[in-house]
Design a protein around this ligand. Structure first.
Ligand code: F6P
Length: 420
C-alpha cells in the first residue's frame, strides 16, 4: 500500500514529528511512504509528467501490531533504506530546489531522520483555494491515482480535516469522472475505487472537539508563557500594565491557560465574555482591587477572537486606552503574533505526534469502505480514534453557540464539567 502524508492550514510545532512517525510507521508495516508538499495545493499540482516519482524496490517489511511498542522501532531500527530526498546529498528539499515540479514524492526512512526537533512543517503547507473547488479536487484525485497512492493522512486544523472528509466522500464520483474522460484506465479505476483517509489535528489553537490536545498547542502555550515571564519582569520594574494579545482564532484555550500559567489579572476569551455590560467597569474594578492589594504590575490577556456579550470585538488597543484613561496606568500592548506558532516543538509536541502518527497508520490499515474517516486524538491520556466528521460537527457547534450568544453552551461544549 502507498500511504501519503500532507500538512495543511496554519503550521504548528510537531507537524514534522507527525510526518516522521507516519513515514516510519508506514515503512515498518511494509507500506510505501510518500509525502505531499505544500498541503492540498501539492495534490492539485501533482508531478510534472516527465518527473513522476521513480519506483524502487520497497524495503523489507517488519510487522508490529502493538502500540506504543511499535514506536520504539523508530529508535531501534536505524537506516531502513535510503531516502529518495537525500539521494542528491543536499537534503534541502523544503526549498523545492531538488524537487522542482514534483509535489508527491516517495520518501525513505532516512529522509525524515531527526525531524521531530524541527519547528513548522518541512514539507510545506498552504491554505489551498484550488482544493476547495470540485475541479481542484478532480486534479488532486488524478494526481493521486497517477502515482498509485491508496491512502492519505492529513495533518491540519478543522478546515483541513473537513476538506479531507469531503474529498473522501466525493472520491468514487471523482474516479468515475476521470475514467469517463479517459484520464485513467479501467484497472486504475478499479484499484482506486475507495480512498482511505485519516486526520491528525495539527493546530496551535486547541479548538478541536473530541480530543484533549491538538498538535502544536502545548508548544504555543509554552512560548506564550515565556513571553509573559519576560513581560512580567519589565512590567514589575515600571509598575506598568500590559495587554497581551494571543492567537487562537475562535478558541480561548491558549489565552485561558496562559492566564493561569502567567498570572493574569483579567482575561478575555470568546467562549466566556465578561457578563456585565459595559464590561469596562467590571475590568477596571478587578484591576483596581488587585492594585489596592499591592500588585505592582497588571497583566490583561486578550484572545484574538475575544468579544463582548453582544459579539462586539474586544481589541487590545482599546483595553489599553481604558486602563490608561480610567485607572491612570502606564500601559503597553504586546501582540505575540507568529512567535507563538514557530520554533522547536516542546517534548509533548514530539511525543504526541509520534504516538498519533503510528496510530494513524494502524487506522489506515484497518479502514474499509464501510468505516468512517477517522481522526486521531487523545482523551484522558489515551490515543483515540474518533469519527472525523463527528469531531468537526461538534467543533462547529461551539462556534454556532457563540454566534447565538449561548455562552453557557459554548463553555459546556469545551468543558463538559464546567460550572460557574
Ligand atoms: O489556526 C492557527 C492560527 O495561528 C490562528 O491562531 C490564527 O488566527 C491564524 O492561524 C493566523 O493565520 P495566518 O498565519 O494565516 O495569518
Amino acid at each position: 500500500m502507498k500511504i501519503a502524508i500532507l500538512t495543511s492550514g496554519g503550521d504548528s510545532a510537531g507537524m514534522n514529528a507527525v510526518v516522521r512517525a507516519v513515514v516510519k510507521a508506514a515503512i515498518l508495516k511494509g507500506c510505501e511512504a510518500w509525502i505531499v508538499r505544500e498541503g492540498y495545493e501539492g495534490l492539485v499540482r501533482g508531478n510534472a509528467e516527465a518527473e513522476s516519482s521513480p519506483t524502487y524496490a520497497p524495503p523489507s517489511a517488519t510487522h508490529h501490531s502493538d502500540f506504543p511498542l511499535a514506536a520504539t522501532n523508530i529508535i531501534n531500527n536505524l537506516r531502513f533504506g535510503d531516502g529518495e530526498l537525500l539521494k542528491d546529498g543536499t537534503g534541502d528539499y523544503a526549498s523545492g530546489r531538488t524537487l522542482k515540479g514534483r509535489y508527491i514524492v516517495r520518501v525513505g526512512w532516512d529522509d525524515v531522520r531527526g525531524w521531530f526537533t524541527e519547528g513548522g512543517t518541512l514539507i510545506g503547507t498552504a491554505r489551498s483555494k484550488e482544493f476547495r473547488t470540485q475541479e481542484g479536487r478532480l486534479a488532486a484525485a488524478y494526481n493521486m491515482v497517477k502515482e498509485g497512492i491508496d491512502a492519505l493522512v492529513v495533518c491540519g486544523g478543522d478546515g483541513s480535516l473537513t476538506g479531507a472528509d469531503v474529498f473522501r466522500s466525493e472520491w468514487p464520483q471523482l474516479v468515475a469522472e476521470l475514467r469517463a474522460k479517459g484520464k485513467i484506465s479501467e484497472a486504475q479505476a478499479q484499484t482506486h475505487s475507495h480512498l482511505k483517509i485519516v486526520g491528525l489535528v495539527g493546530s496551535i489553537d486547541n479548538d478541536m472537539s473530541m480530543t484533549d490536545l491538538t498538535i502544536g498547542a502545548p508548544t504555543a502555550l509554552h512560548r506564550i508563557c515565556e513571553a509573559i515571564d519576560n513581560i512580567n519582569s519589565t512590567a514589575f520594574s515600571h509598575s506598568r500594565a500590559f495587554v497581551i494579545e494571543v492567537m487562537g482564532r475562535h478558541c480561548g484555550w491558549l489565552a485561558l491557560l496562559a492566564g493561569v500559567a502567567g498570572g493574569a489579572d483579567f482575561l478575555f476569551i470568546p467562549e466566556q465574555p465578561p457578563k456585565s455590560q459595559p464590561w469596562e467597569d467590571e475590568m477596571c474594578a478587578a484591576i483596581h482591587r488587585h492594585r489596592e492589594l499591592g500588585k505592582r504590575k497588571t497583566l490583561v490577556i486578550v484572545a484574538e477572537g475575544a468579544h463582548d456579550i453582544d459579539l462586539k470585538p474586544i481589541k487590545a488597543e482599546y483595553v489599553k486606552d481604558i486602563l490608561a484613561e480610567r485607572l491612570g496606568l502606564d500601559t503597553r500592548v504586546t501582540t505575540l503574533g507568529h512567535t507563538q506558532r514557530g520554533g522547536r516543538p516542546c517534548a509533548m509536541d514530539r511525543i504526541l505526534p509520534t504516538l498519533q502518527g503510528f496510530k494513524a497508520v494502524d487506522a489506515i490499515l484497518e479502514a474499509n469502505p464501510e468505516t468512517p474517516s477517522y481522526m486521531i486524538g487523545i482523551q484522558e491520556n489515551k490515543i483515540t480514534m474518533v469519527p472525523l466528521m463527528e469531531a468537526v460537527a461538534m467543533t462547529k457547534e461551539v462556534s454556532t453557540a457563540i454566534e447565538k450568544k449561548d455562552f453557557e453552551k459554548a463553555m459546556r461544549l469545551r468543558d463538559p464539567e464546567f460550572r460557574e
